[in-house]
Design a protein around this ligand. Sequence first.
Ligand code: TEU
Ligand code: CA
Length: 548
Amino acid sequence: MKDFKKSTVYQIYPKSFYDTNGDGVGDLNGVIEKLDYLKNLGIDYIWLTPFYPSPQVDNGYDIADYYNIDPNFGTLEDFEKLVEEARERNIYIMLDMVLNHTSTEHQWFKKALNGEEKYKAFYFFKEPINNAEPTNWESKFGGNAWQYVEKFDEYYLHLFDKTQADLNWDNEEVRKEIYSIVNFWINKGVKGLRFDVINLISKPEKFENDFNGDGRRFYTDGPRIHEYLKELNQNTFGKHEDIITVGEMSSTSLENCLKYSKSQENELSMVFNFHHLKVDYNNQNKWELKACDFKDLKMLFNEWQLGMEEGWNALFWCNHDQPRIVSRFGNDRKYHKESAKMLATMLHLLRGTPYVYQGEEIGMTNAYFTNINQYVDVESLNYFRILKEQGIAEEDIYKVLQERSRDNSRTPMQWNKFLNAGFSDGKPWLSVNDNYNEINVEDSLKDKNSIFYHYKRLISLRKEYDVVAYGNYVPLLNENNNVFAYKREYLEESLIVINNFYETEVTAVLDIEELESYKCIITNYEERNLKQIFSLKPFESIAFLKIN
Ligand code: TEU
Ligand code: CA
């Protein structure tokens, strides 16, 4: 059984990972073909984003059948082969459980639309109020969160796209159906579960307008959320000692995340929170750009590292919804390698379980698309329209999309310099980033100084030194506006990690004893000794270990 505190999870967006049948869409057999690459990297789990039958309005997060594989990705036999082949390489599979909503193509919703009361009660159908939507809540993809159904003269709730109808978890029948879905995949040998927006499943008793926001305060970390997570645990993965779970917690609080992830609460193993990825949102608005507020970033990491001592953080910069971190908080032009390695070291030596998103380990960058026809993501297309309606100039909208669109993380994996970066022999469903000649797996594996080998070393350090997995967390250089530094301690091991987040050279004064006993264990420049007064090169990142 794996220890999730010593493990690293690799996230795969199958649609963009590797296509084995030339249809331009990545597939499960593509994941199987690349297992040796992932074993070389040293990861422990593979998180697969949804591959279930879906109309693909939200690229699979709109599920029409929870018990099958969308033919675009393969068959159940392909999945069973993947589980087996991964296990042979000591890699476990983590699946994405999208249980807050179903596609409106799901049979439950179709039966609801046919007027079957049992299935209408699976969702939130509400009558108009004053001839309008039941509440003024907004969808996270823009627009109102209610869709009108004329035949009923009612609306149904959708916190995301109108083709993603929210399930009513207050209905015990819904919860029972959900447990059988989760147990079906556990019985297929799955050893990890990622729960999509799981802290949104408990809606308030009373649905009311929100005159101070978009409604999220009423349903986020909702009234019965901990009760439902405990019940889910008891009826599914909690019956097995070797299954890890992670909850995606949208707009959550540290207090709730402690409850979600404290082992004695018997809810989840760990949680994703997103506060550190909103420090470049102007006015808390994803679609208003501002530079990374580094002081805010440091404060948030310190708050969550110290505050979650009793809980457990999932550590991540990238995923299929976030832009590429080297373009976002690094410098993907002049200091591509240095800044990618700095961001990796800073994250991977923290307390928590690290997640590597496909392509992050080779420094893949944002796509910088210049035409709306290159974008596919429903959220991006909605906001292109919304921002235009707000009268924002197209050239400014493209600047926002180039930095914020979820398509940035969904361009095909760059395997080599050949056709379509070696992703597919067919026309890729989404354009390949045109920098694949410079950034690709094949070249990374040949370059001993590549970002890939830096990630590989970080993953192995977590296994090698208990201080990385189990150590406490002590902030260092709190007042420094360029450097993020911290100390980890565990039994006889002490670790110091120092990261310059900027391309300017900076000097730091370290108030650390026994400096001479520390040895450098990883750096993105030349190895050096730890000194009291420390000058750091652009994006220089270095970790020192002392063993008493
Ligand atoms: O994401 C939920 C979520 O919070 C993000 O989608 C965020 O709201 C969005 O990117 C706006 O910034 C999960 C999945 O990761 C995402 O891919 C799905 O689109 C979404 O839920 C609905 O299932
Ligand atoms: Ca394919």
